[in-house]
Design a protein around this ligand. Structure first.
Ligand code: PGA
Length: 263
């Protein structure tokens, strides 16, 4: 697989930061990463819905992309509690995350629902970040590859090659995420990224498939970030806890950028 021309690094702040926290975090991150060229780094932050408007205004014209943590699959309708693509467009959001592990396993979302959201997000002009990953039980049964392939084949069922150009994928094994997570070994993660990349090539052809960034997420920390980014099939890192302080996130960015550049 060829190396992509940018490194992808981002964080999802889950249900942790208020509007004020989000803006302070973004301003500091922007200041700390000012010197890094946009051509080399795709930096993104995915705050809570309530902070999105302020977040987009805080980073106006900067290199940080702002994403939403979820999105409804219709423009409008009887969907109490959902947020539509029209509303996200109005705010000026660039990116929509779909199928985060907590949406799937805490809120009970299905692959079929992720498919409707992925199609709607890409059809509405957003970059879509589809998250996939196997549970510990599935890993123990030895069916991780089958699960990942199923999540991709259903989740991207109605996406065409042109839409796939705005698709990103995050591999986040469920057992690796959050406070009780065990970080995946970099070799295991790389092997799964290869399965994902091969599946994307099967779905969209080699040219488009191999250009889709595949990021690793799940207990990324200062101790494993460098090991992960050395792996040939890992195009970036999707970080939770270890990136929620701008200074800590910047330290990880500074540690992995030179490794990625060495290629
Ligand atoms: P974590 O979160 O880095 O805190 O494990 C990752 C994620 O949920 O995307």
């Amino acid at each position: 697989m060829r190396r992509l021309d940018k490194l992808y690094l981002g964080t999802n702040t889950k249900m942790y930061k208020t509007i004020a926290d989000t803006c302070a975090f973004l301003s500091r991150l922007e200041e700390l990463t000012e010197d890094i060229p946009k051509e080399e780094l795709e930096l993104f932050v995915i705050p809570s819905y309530t902070a999105l408007d302020a977040a987009v205004r805080t980073v106006k014209d900067s290199k940080i992309k702002i994403g939403s943590q979820n999105m409804g699959w219709e423009d409008e309708g009887q969907f109490t509690g959902e947020i539509s693509p029209v509303m996200l467009n109005e705010i000026g959001v660039d990116l929509v995350m779909i199928g985060h592990s907590e949406r799937r396993h805490v809120m009970g979302e299905t692959d079929q629902e992720e498919e409707r959201k992925a199609a709607k997000a890409l059809g509405s002009g957003f970059t879509a970040l589809l998250c996939i990953g196997e549970t510990l039980e599935e890993k123990n049964y030895g069916i991780s590859d089958e699960v990942l392939r199923t999540q991709l084949k259903i989740g991207l069922h109605s996406i065409d090659g042109a839409q796939a150009r705005k698709l990103w994928v995050a591999y986040e094994p469920v057992w690796a995420i959050g406070v009780n997570g065990i970080p995946a070994d970099e070799h295991y993660a790389d092997e799964k990224h290869w399965v994902i990349k091969k599946t994307l090539c099967e779905l969209f052809g080699d040219e488009t498939g191999s250009d889709i960034p595949v990021l690793y997420g799940g207990s990324v920390n200062p101790g494993n970030a460098e090991l992960l980014i050395r792996m040939p099939n890992i195009d970036g890192l999707f970080i939770g806890r270890s990136a929620w302080e701008a200074d800590h996130f910047n330290q990880i960015i500074r540690a992995v950028m030179p490794i990625w550049k060495e290629g």
